[in-house]
Write a protein that binds this ligand. Structure first.
Ligand code: ARG
Length: 393
């Protein structure tokens, strides 16, 4: 019997997949769960579920540090947002796929399976990475059989598959953010109920006293909060905690999926929004005007590649090379005031900056003001001409 490695979360889709892979595809199933910072019980749950279903082999791969350092930190360094969303799910998918490929090769499996439906983005992201990094076959039982959620539930019941605790929403969570979809949220006219949020306080419930924090950067990467040096995982967790507690990080949006469907999405990404905000503030001191403009283009391109799952596209690597070169100069500290959903930059200090206080000061004679007279006089030659020629009688 050929072996298949299934990316397994213990949720409804992937639980149903196990049985389908055995029965309809005649494959021996190995399950794997990649830890990219989902809650503790979501790591232990798949293992328990796999045992219960009688899976002979289950892998749990800890990829948290790699995810933080090589993926989430790239989101900060590129300030990448897709339509305002910090790409928490999107950044995790290529790494998960890569780990599953490694297991499949080790196990001499012929096939990889995932539980994505045919409507979402993750099918593109998983398969792009799997195809570029291996020659393995790919099967997606839910999509192949065109199953609805209700059909999946019925199949689970009639096949004795222990139904994962009845969830109203489809939730995806990792270190970088939490995404909540489905159920009553599918109607954009329905306001998001308070009980979908776990990482963030509402503006009303956030503390009345403002909180002032500092973030230190080295080579464009955050290394310390309030002068305490932290590992990437710990730093992101702390940023999530502080920002979430101050009512920062909720996004309720209409998103344009890869296939063109518009979907209503709710996210909690407090740490991501905080870290990108402070990172940009530091870049303003350091980068030239042209670099700042260019860095907006990097953000846009990078976000598009990551959203579309094109992590192994050559351009992604090219952008990293140029951006990493620029980020070497992004060193310093930003002070920020958080209060009831708002984030305000209070102070900026860069180790080395293009900002030159002497030159810009009203009290300095280093730049002779008189040298500007000719420059100012000829600043709008075309405007003068246009007005004279076309606007005056
Ligand atoms: N729409 C987001 C993305 O494509 C998040 C999807 C997360 N999945 C979920 N079941 N909540 O990146």
């Amino acid at each position: 019997m050929e072996k298949v490695v299934l990316a397994f979360s213990g949720g409804l889709d992937t639980s149903v997949c196990i049985k389908l892979l055995e029965e309809k595809y005649n494959l021996e199933v190995i399950t794997a769960c990649v830890d990219v910072g989902q809650p503790e019980n979501e790591i232990s749950k798949p293992e328990k579920a796999a045992n219960k279903i009688g899976i002979s082999k289950h892998y749990t791969i800890d990829a948290k540090e790699e995810f933080a350092k090589e993926y989430a930190f790239r989101c900060i360094k590129t300030n990448s947002l897709y339509e305002g969303y910090p790409l928490s799910t999107a950044y995790a998918r290529p790494l998960i796929a890569e780990k599953i490929v490694e297991i499949a090769k080790k196990e001499n499996a012929t096939t990889i399976a995932h539980g994505c439906t045919g409507k979402g983005n993750d099918q593109f992201r998983f398969e792009a990475t799997i195809r570029s990094e291996s020659d393995l076959k790919i099967v997606a039982p839910i999509r192949d059989l065109n199953l609805t959620r209700t059909e999946e539930q019925e199949y689970a019941k009639s096949n004795g598959i222990p139904l994962p605790s009845e969830k109203i929403y489809s939730i995806d969570e990792n270190l970088w953010g939490r995404s909540i979809e489905g159920g009553l949220l599918e109607d954009p006219a329905t306001p998001s109920p308070e009980d979908i949020f776990e990482w963030t306080k509402s503006t009303e419930d956030a503390p009345d006293t403002p909180e002032i924090i500092t973030i230190t950067f080295e080579n464009g990467e955050p290394i310390a909060i309030n002068d305490e040096t932290l590992s990437p995982v710990k730093l992101i967790r702390k940023a999530n905690e502080i920002a979430g507690n101050n009512g920062i990080g909720r996004i309720d949006m209409i998103e344009d999926r890869i296939i063109g469907l518009k979907s209503r999405e709710n996210y909690e990404t407090p740490g991501a929004l905080l870290l990108i905000t402070v990172h940009k503030a530091l870049e303003q001191l350091v980068f030239s005007r042209k670099e700042l403009k260019f860095s907006e283009e990097i953000s846009e391109k990078y976000a598009e590649l990551v959203y579309n799952g094109l992590w192994n596209e050559a351009l992604r690597e090219d952008l990293d090379v140029v951006n990493d070169h620029m980020q070497k100069r992004v060193n310093g500290k930003i002070t920020l005031k958080l209060h009831k959903g708002s984030m305000k930059i209070r102070a900026r200090e860069a180790k080395k900056a293009l900002y030159n206080q002497d030159n810009v000061s009203f009290d300095d004679k280093g730049i002779d003001q008189r040298e500007m007279i000719g420059m100012v006089k000829n600043h709008d030659i075309q405007g003068e001409e246009y007005f004279k020629v076309f606007k005056k009688e």
